[in-house]
Design a protein around this ligand. Structure first.
Ligand code: GRF
Length: 216
């Protein structure tokens, strides 16, 4: 079976990108990471991609007059590499509505909260300030509005007494590294599709047990 050609877009260390690369190392995985593109020169994830022999490029947004010009150049690079699907993986830049529309339902993002709670930045700080007992992460299809779009998958982690932002972020990040490859597998294999702005699954998936925190 032909694997879906995926680009991972990054701005920094690229640990989610690395998790996708690791998952795609299995030949049976339905997607291959064919390109890693960073908008920040020297982004850590670029060297990780290079070590894996994956095409990697930098498109410095500071060299463009406006967002539309950057997004046009980005679109051109994706087409050059015959990319079929895009995963935002710590890509800290808003995309224009025009770009998002071109890649509609072929563009995923990972966000470190249980959306629609805590969109935007400082998610862990805000969750801790609110005293929530459960936090987590979300993989969703991208729409023009930030951190909004049909949800493919979510993972929940407990918030523990004494957690600070770093401790919670680390626990959520570990969940992200499992969640993103899982979500991309569902979408790339055709098991998850968008219908009427909701994600539908081709077959019933076994539901995990309820998470209680503190435990029962
Ligand atoms: C992750 O927490 C991701 O959810 C958020 O930015 C962070 C990127 O981390 N969008 P990394 O670059 O994947 O390590």
């Amino acid at each position: 079976m032909a694997r879906v050609r995926v680009a991972a877009l990054i701005s920094g260390r690229g640990s989610n990108m690395a998790a996708l690369i690791a998952a795609a190392a299995t030949p049976a995985y339905p997607a291959e990471i064919a390109l890693v593109l960073a908008n920040v020169p020297g982004a850590g994830g670029l060297s990780v991609a290079a070590e894996h022999g994956i095409a990697n490029e930098t498109l410095d947004h500071r060299g463009f007059a406006d967002r539309a010009a950057f997004d046009d150049a980005l679109d051109a690079r994706l087409r050059h590499h015959a990319i079929e699907f895009v995963c935002l993986a710590g890509f800290m830049r808003l995309l224009t509505a025009g770009f998002v529309e071109k890649w509609r339902n072929r563009l995923l993002n990972i966000h470190p909260s249980l959306l629609p709670a805590y969109p935007g930045l400082d998610t862990h700080k805000r969750a801790l300030a609110d005293g929530v007992r459960v936090a987590g992460c979300t993989v969703h299809f991208v729409r023009a509005k930030m951190d909004v779009g049909p949800i493919v998958a979510q993972a929940a982690v407990p918030v523990l007494q004494g957690d600070d932002e770093d401790a919670l972020a680390a626990r959520v990040l570990k969940a992200e590294h499992a969640l993103y490859p899982h979500a991309l597998r569902l979408v790339a294999s055709g098991a998850a599709t968008v219908e009427g702005e909701q994600v539908r699954f081709a077959r019933a998936l076994a539901a995990p047990p309820v998470l209680f925190n503190p435990p029962l």
